[in-house]
Design a protein. Structure first.
Length: 169
């Protein structure tokens, strides 16, 4: 199944937390195929935040959707392997599409999954119909940032639990 079609099969009816990544990886792995580093370390953070990833015998992705979590990418196509002006330009080009998504999905929180795209994501949120959305930023779980990603995302998730953002089991 194509990545965007696969992503849509996991879209919750009500998006509580919108996760925003830079792009699907060029190597063919994909969060919604359960085979990427982002999938692996996101699942680990959810587990450490006191969630059981299998709810009613489902998968972590079923649980992610049940909790109202959804992952979109800023860029339409893979950008890993691109550098400098080209990569920055593709990030900027993704902002109008992200504004539209924030307006349509109306999440209560946004989590940016890569510090390098926080400027574009925050600009999109400010330009949306929901400019006061809480935006959290975590490093991407690669190049030695895996532990930091898990720890920071775990803390964010614990905050969401205490604020009542997530459903109770």
């Amino acid at each position: 199944m194509l990545p965007e079609k696969l992503r849509l099969t996991h879209k919750p009816d009500l998006v509580r937390v919108l996760f925003v990544g830079e792009s699907a990886p060029a190597g063919g792995t994909f969060f919604y195929a359960s085979d990427s580093n982002l999938y692996k370390y996101t699942r680990k953070a959810f587990e450490l935040a006191a969630f059981s990833p299998e709810v009613g015998g489902g998968t972590f992705l079923d649980f992610f959707r049940w909790q109202g979590c959804y992952l979109l990418d800023l860029c339409e196509g893979p950008v890993n392997g691109l550098y400098g002006k080209t990569r920055r330009s593709l990030r900027r080009e993704g902002v109008p599409r992200l504004i539209k998504s924030v307006n349509e999905l109306e999440p209560s929180r946004v989590v940016v999954v890569m510090k390098g795209i926080q400027k574009e994501v925050k600009a999109a949120v400010r330009a949306s119909c929901h400019p006061d959305l809480e935006v959290s930023v975590v490093p991407f779980p690669a190049q030695g940032h895996q532990r930091r990603f898990v720890h920071e995302l775990e803390q964010i998730l614990r905050g969401f639990i205490s604020e009542g953002v997530f459903l109770q089991k």
